[in-house]
Ligand binder design. Structure first.
Ligand code: RBF
Ligand code: MG
Length: 331
């Protein structure tokens, strides 16, 4: 997969392509369908498939106060697109100036001059350019002049991933819906909509050592990453994977501020107790993924009572069988 990055000055002109534009946060099951259609049209026409996306989510620039917490950073998004067999990713450098660009000019420069598109796929509700004035209609008009077809993709309904009895069955799968499941701790639903467990990556930081000394359950701790969607406080079954590794280690994960020990709440952390593992992970880069919510954070009478509960959590984690095998991308 080739990456054409505006910020890194690696953009070149293509001699033909089919493209899709969007934030593609999470690369969920709906996104996957669009990209499969994109790839198959690219094959049929003998041109590369191109995903045009942004180095920063546009909302971070346009409305930072209400910008969403994201499911993927650019690094993970690129790895997921590569796994899907996308030929080229064009990374727009999204900044203030970009947000004010005229939609028509943007589309003509990018799609016609640089990518020489023969087909464009966007979500039915996609908007772009100054004041969100660019839409499918604008792309269709441009396509009539520049000889490409603009296709509005019908968004995949939630029922396809969660079944027709789910309360949200009639909604389309969207990044914002997945984010809302993650924020509510509903990680099984986010797993199904993403087609992979939601995960976070970071460097293991030192903790207050109570886990190993008082509880008998030492944890590998991650700080809450900036700008990313973190499951709500609670205890989860999940996995931990070391960077460079393909083995997923089963973990009982606690997200929260240890209310048993800090009445006012300490710093919120993501603490993973890794089953059957006794290496020190301090300073290692790890990925932590979430399969199942077990329970809320609780206040216990003391370390012994908490320890007994953690033993039960760990037993649950041990018995847990993932309904699909995760594919671990090179990282
Ligand atoms: N701390 C709490 O105050 N309440 C809890 O319910 C709680 N549950 C936990 C469950 C698991 C599986 C693990 C690994 C930790 C949990 N903790 C909980 C966090 C614990 O207090 C913390 O790991 C130690 O205090 C060390 O920072
Ligand atoms: Mg710890």
């Amino acid at each position: 997969m080739e990456i054409l990055s505006e910020a890194e000055n690696t953009v070149r002109t293509l001699s033909g392509s089919v493209a899709t534009i969007g934030s593609y946060d999470g690369i969920h099951m709906g996104h996957r369908k669009v990209i499969e259609a994109l790839n198959s049209q690219a094959k049929a026409l003998g041109v590369p498939s191109v995903v045009v996306t942004f180095d920063q989510h546009p909302a971070l620039i346009v409305r930072p106060e209400t910008a969403p917490l994201l499911l993927t950073n650019l690094e993970l998004k690129l790895a997921l697109l590569e796994e899907l067999g996308v030929d080229v990713v064009y990374v727009i450098h999204f900044d203030q100036e970009r947000s004010k660009e005229d939609a028509g000019e943007f589309a003509e420069n990018l799609l016609v001059r640089t990518l020489k598109v023969r087909g464009v796929f966007v979500g039915e509700d996609f908007h772009f350019g100054r004041g969100r004035s660019g839409d499918l209609k604008l792309l269709r008009n441009l396509g009539a002049k520049a000889k490409f077809e603009a296709k509005g993709v019908i968004l995949t309904p939630v029922r396809d991933a969660l079944g027709s009895r789910h309360v949200d069955a009639d909604l389309p799968i969207s990044s914002s819906l997945v984010r809302s499941y993650v924020a509510a701790g509903r990680v099984e639903e986010s797993w199904k909509l993403l087609g992979r467990p939601h995960c976070l990556r970071g460097v293991v930081v030192g903790g207050d050592k109570r886990g190993s000394t008082q509880l008998g359950y030492p944890t590998a701790n991650l700080e809450i990453p900036n700008g990313l969607a973190v499951p709500s406080d609670g205890i989860y079954v999940g996995y931990l994977r070391l960077r460079g590794g393909t083995v997923e280690l089963r973990a009982a994960i606690s997200i929260g501020s240890r209310p048993t020990f800090y009445a006012l709440g300490a710093k919120r952390l993501i603490e993973s107790f890794v089953l059957d593992f006794d290496e020190n992970l301090y300073g290692s880069e790890v990925e932590v993924g979430f399969y199942q919510f077990l329970r809320e954070q609780a206040v216990f009478d003391g370390p012994e009572a908490l320890s007994e509960q953690i033993a039960l959590d760990v037993a649950m984690a041990r018995r847990f069988v993932p309904r699909t095998r995760s594919r671990h991308l090179t990282w």
